[in-house]
Design a protein around this ligand. Structure first.
Ligand SMILES: [Zn+2]
Length: 278
């Protein structure tokens, strides 16, 4: 069943078009452009249109349907998530770090990369949660629903062939959750996921900068986005050395502050639990 909010965006379209049309009609009828009602109608139209564009490009989309990006909790728990893998040798290094720290994380794998590194993908899935991050990291922002569906299904097949698991989580590349992405994900039984903090680590800033950006914005229930791969590139074109160097420090600092680490499904359960009547 579609989420009830799946149609909220139509109201936003109506307000946007209605406001702009009213302002246009008033102006065409010879009313002064700067009159209060004309400005109010134009302003409402622009505000609704801006909201639609913002939500389209947001990893925390609300208008077009539910995207999980944090748990509403005061408990000191967070989820580590890694996108764009599997990617040798960074994914292996990350698995070692996580094993050493006794942490389970969530990996949004790219189907193409899973086809290239099926054994590594399976190793990740044997200890961690795996999500779907499209087949070839396409920009789905303006894609038709059929293209979105094909990207999701091809990745799903690749991940299932390699790991034997069927992901139930989907994260769109770049966090661009247009209505057609969320609707298609829901049809295929996915829950859409965003993030609460990220470090722009695809630009390869120094490890200290990555640490600072993550730790500065993090709150209880947060979802941390980092990358163990780089689009569909392989090593050495893909370079995630700075991210991998930052991860042990981020984990240690958070543990010292009393934080625990959960997988995304575990974090989602906490969010659901908080909404129960007490
Ligand atoms: Zn990505």
């Amino acid at each position: 069943m579609r989420h009830p909010r799946a149609h909220a965006w139509k109201a936003a379209v109506g307000i946007s078009v209605g406001g702009a049309t009213l302002a246009g009609l008033r102006t065409a009828a010879g009313r002064p452009v700067r009159s209060a009602p004309t400005l109010a109608a134009a302003g409402t139209g622009i505000a609704a249109g801006s909201l639609m564009v913002y939500e389209w490009l947001s990893p925390r989309s609300w208008l077009y349907g539910p995207v999980f990006w944090h748990a509403r909790t005061g408990e000191r728990v967070v989820a580590l998530t890694f996108d764009d893998g599997p990617c040798h040798p960074y994914t292996e290094e990350l698995l070692e770090i996580l094993d050493r720290e006794g942490i389970r994380a969530t990996f949004f794998q790219i189907g193409n990369n899973v086809r290239r590194e099926p054994n590594l993908a399976a190793e990740v899935a044997s200890r961690h949660v795996v999500g779907n991050h499209t087949f070839d990291h396409s920009h789905l922002v303006w894609s038709r629903p059929g293209t979105v569906r094909e990207q999701m299904q091809r990745a799903q097949e690749a991940i299932h062939d390699a790991t034997g698991t069927i992901p139930r989580l989907f994260r769109v590349p770049h966090g661009w959750y247009g209505p057609q992405v969320i609707a298609t994900a829901e049809e295929l039984g996915f829950r859409c996921v965003g993030w609460s903090v990220m470090a722009w680590d695809w630009d390869r800033p120094p490890s200290e900068v990555i640490q600072r950006r993550i730790l500065r914005g993090l709150r209880p229930g947060g979802v941390i986005l980092l990358h163990d791969g780089q689009d569909t590139d392989a090593f050495p074109k893909a370079d995630r050395s700075h991210t991998i160097a930052a991860v042990p420090h981020i984990i240690r600092r958070l543990k010292a502050s009393g934080y625990g680490f959960l997988t995304l499904p575990e974090l989602m359960d906490i969010d659901a639990g908080d909404r129960q009547p007490r």
